[in-house]
Design a protein around this ligand. Structure first.
Ligand SMILES: [Zn+2]
Length: 434
């Protein structure tokens, strides 16, 4: 972690103000002499026309308090220039004194201006205990996608009033904050097409176009298998590395296994938005690989079905991954057939349904087995009962305590079949899968 930024300009202004205060004494002495020497009329005259430097002493630039509301208005007035890509207007609207704050504002412009934004606005909070330092979050919707509360960049800026105007006088942002959110991407660009808004570094544009091109396939697959659709555009973020994922999310360490994922948009506070975002690790994909569209179908399933569980007691990952695996339609169920042939002892279905985490500390073969088990469960319910019943079954399982007796009750009530019959039917169905 680099040392905190110390801003030379702000320090210089502080010392100027201090030296200004030092001349108050001599001035008062002069005024005292004048009191003795001059008549009352002359004294009033002196107060009516104070010397210019006296006015500077009573309102030094760095001493005037700036409020969060003022900084919000100041920043919001600059944001349209960012959205319309007028760099000179941006610099005029948001002036800075010193290299650090100028670089901070230029950095924001460089990263964010290539994206077509709607609803860009600033969310400003004054830092407690530090005068005139503000936490400035920029929120907005890339190409109109996602919630308007999506945080796309954040900085800690010192802002002062200089000759009646607000001026950025320091950048106090730690490195973690400077590279958070969309600022994690070196040169962010957007590909807007077919219901997808793909945000990627300029070097990944061919892959971004490929992903956007695969979106109609992915949406059609979810609609065909689960009967789930949604007209809102989906944001796909392409990351160059696992470290970039960690930086984007403000996490201290990279998650090695997280190559493709679905996440709520980065909002503060958390917004239960759908469709959720898709995250893709570019290096985990090969160009023009036919498997990419199946991966996308898997993730798009999450973006549209996760919300079923926003207000339930649980969000069983076996069901979430089961639906996504069923839609993915490019898997061999051979490992699951072997597991069922062996008596389903490694991962008994009723216990797998209750698991809150399928990944942490779990070997990859087990993770794969869980995905296949969930996929087979979803496909079995779809084949025997249908799409509407699958949704009701999933939500009722998630509302239950997830204890075996509770799961058995949901099966009996929603699918009108006893658990032993359901389980035997599922095992027979697994043996028919490819
Ligand atoms: Zn998944």
């Amino acid at each position: 972690m680099p040392a905190p930024v110390r801003d030379a300009t702000l320090d210089a202004m502080k010392s100027r103000a201090a030296s200004g205060r030092a001349v108050v004494g001599p001035i008062l002495a002069v005024v005292a002499v004048a009191l003795v020497a001059l008549a009352a009329g002359a004294l009033f005259e002196a107060f009516r026309a104070p010397p210019k430097h006296y006015a500077i002493i009573v309102s030094p630039p760095a001493g005037a308090t700036v409020t969060a509301a003022q900084v919000t208005r100041w920043f919001d007035a600059g944001l349209p220039a960012l959205a319309t890509r007028r760099g000179a207007v941006w610099r005029t609207a948001l002036p800075a004194r010193g290299a650090a704050p100028r670089n901070a504002l230029d950095d924001l412009y460089r990263h964010l201006s290539p994206i077509p934004w709607t609803d860009l606005h600033a969310l400003v909070v004054a830092r407690r205990g530090v005068a005139n330092v503000f936490d400035v979050k920029i929120e907005g919707r890339p190409a109109g996608a996602g919630p308007s509360t999506r945080v796309v960049a954040e900085r800690l800026l010192a802002v002062s009033r200089v000759r009646g105007r607000l001026v950025a006088t320091g950048d106090r942002s730690p490195a973690r904050l400077r590279h958070k959110y969309l600022m994690a991407l070196r040169r962010p660009r957007a590909v807007v097409r077919d219901g997808a808004v793909v945000l990627a570094d300029a070097s990944w544009l061919p892959l971004a176009r490929e992903l956007a091109g695969d979106m109609p396939f992915a949406r059609a697959a979810v609609a065909a298998e689960l009967g789930v659709s949604g007209g809102r555009p989906t944001v796909i973020v392409v990351y160059s590395s696992a470290a970039e994922v960690a930086a984007y999310l403000g996490q201290s360490r990279a998650l090695e296994r997280e190559h493709f994922f679905s996440r709520l948009p980065t909002t503060a506070p958390r917004t239960l938005w759908w469709p959720t975002d898709v995250g893709v690790l570019a290096s985990a994909l090969a160009p023009a690989d036919p498997w990419t569209r199946h991966m996308l179908a898997h993730e798009v399933t999450h973006t549209l079905t996760w919300r079923w569980f926003y207000h339930t007691a649980h969000a069983p990952p076996l069901l979430l991954e089961g639906m996504a695996t069923a839609v993915e339609a490019d898997r061999s169920f051979a490992p699951l057939r072997a597991e069922v042939a062996g008596g389903n002892r490694v991962m008994p279905l009723i216990r797998a349904l209750a698991k809150r985490d399928l990944w942490n500390g779990v070997a990859m073969t087990r993770v794969t087995l869980a995905y296949l088990e969930g996929g087979a469960l979803v496909k079995y319910v779809l084949a025997g009962w249908g799409q509407a019943e699958l949704r009701r079954f999933c939500v009722d399982i998630a509302r239950s305590s997830l204890k075996p007796a509770a799961i058995e009750r949901v099966v009996r009530r929603d699918l009108q079949v006893s658990w032993p019959r359901f389980y035997a039917g599922w095992k027979a169905y697994v043996m028919t899968l490819p």
